[in-house]
Design a protein around this ligand. Structure first.
Ligand code: GTP
Ligand code: MG
Length: 209
């Protein structure tokens, strides 16, 4: 994918604040501090379009970026930060859950993990949810540059096993650009694919009349 333009077009700190649905969207999801915003910057070739930080919990809202005037990349807040010890489940809060559940223009979700950490409970929950919602997903193992070649291969094999052959698995590094082309190929396929099926739970029309 040749990125000729990328710009911030809106944010949502609460459900309902999202920009009106328009172009197709791809969401970047994952644990806090895993490297979602850095991945977005690497994809669009801009160093600081999305804000990054060494401190977990940097991205607190949904941030929408329009790419090539054609589609949106959505940088989500991370999970697994400032949640209690019982929060093994996906406890992302209504903001992200509503967005993932109901956004009509969402075409796919990249589930980003640290290659050194792999898939844990939250990611299993998220991947199962995506399958049930029939939303395309991919497993992206970032910070590949932190491992040597042999360790990279071993970690990626384990991720392929975790994905059960159902999902694309892509090794990525925001530092070196490894995996960038492969991830764009997956995203291009989603963007060329059909829109998602309408949400199952909708406000009954008759109630609004
Ligand atoms: P939140 O918004 O807080 O959830 O974090 P995030 O997932 O957006 O992570 P962010 O992109 O802010 O990166 C977190 C830290 O990891 C920063 O210090 C980045 O420089 C570092 N980082 C991200 N990706 C990579 C990578 O591929 N390689 C290396 N070595 N460091 C990375
Ligand atoms: Mg972020």
């Amino acid at each position: 994918m040749k990125v000729t333009a990328a710009r911030f077009v809106g944010a949502a700190a609460a459900p309902g604040q999202e920009p009106p649905p328009g172009p197709p969207e791809i969401a970047l999801a994952g644990r806090s501090n895993v490297g979602k915003s850095s991945l977005l910057n690497q994809l669009v070739g801009r160093r600081a379009l999305a804000r990054t930080s060494g401190t977990p919990g940097r991205t607190r809202q949904l941030n929408f970026f329009l790419v090539n005037d054609r589609f949106l990349l959505v940088d989500l807040p991370g999970y697994g930060f400032a949640v209690g010890p019982e929060a093994e489940r996906l406890t992302w809060g209504p903001l992200v859950e509503t967005y993932l559940g109901e956004r009509p223009t969402l075409r796919g979700v990249a589930v980003i993990v640290d290659v050194r950490r792999g898939v844990e409970g939250e990611e299993e929950d998220l991947l199962a949810w995506l399958a049930e919602a029939r939303l395309p997903g991919a497993l992206v193992a970032t910070k590949l540059d932190k491992l040597g070649r042999g360790e990279q291969a071993r970690a990626l094999r384990a991720l392929h096993d975790a994905a059960g052959g159902e999902l694309p698995v892509i090794g990525f590094s925001a530092r070196t650009g490894d995996g960038r082309d492969a991830l764009w190929r997956v995203f291009s396929g989603w963007l060329a694919g059909p829109p998602r099926a309408p949400a199952r739970r909708r406000a009954p029309r008759s109630a609004a009349r």
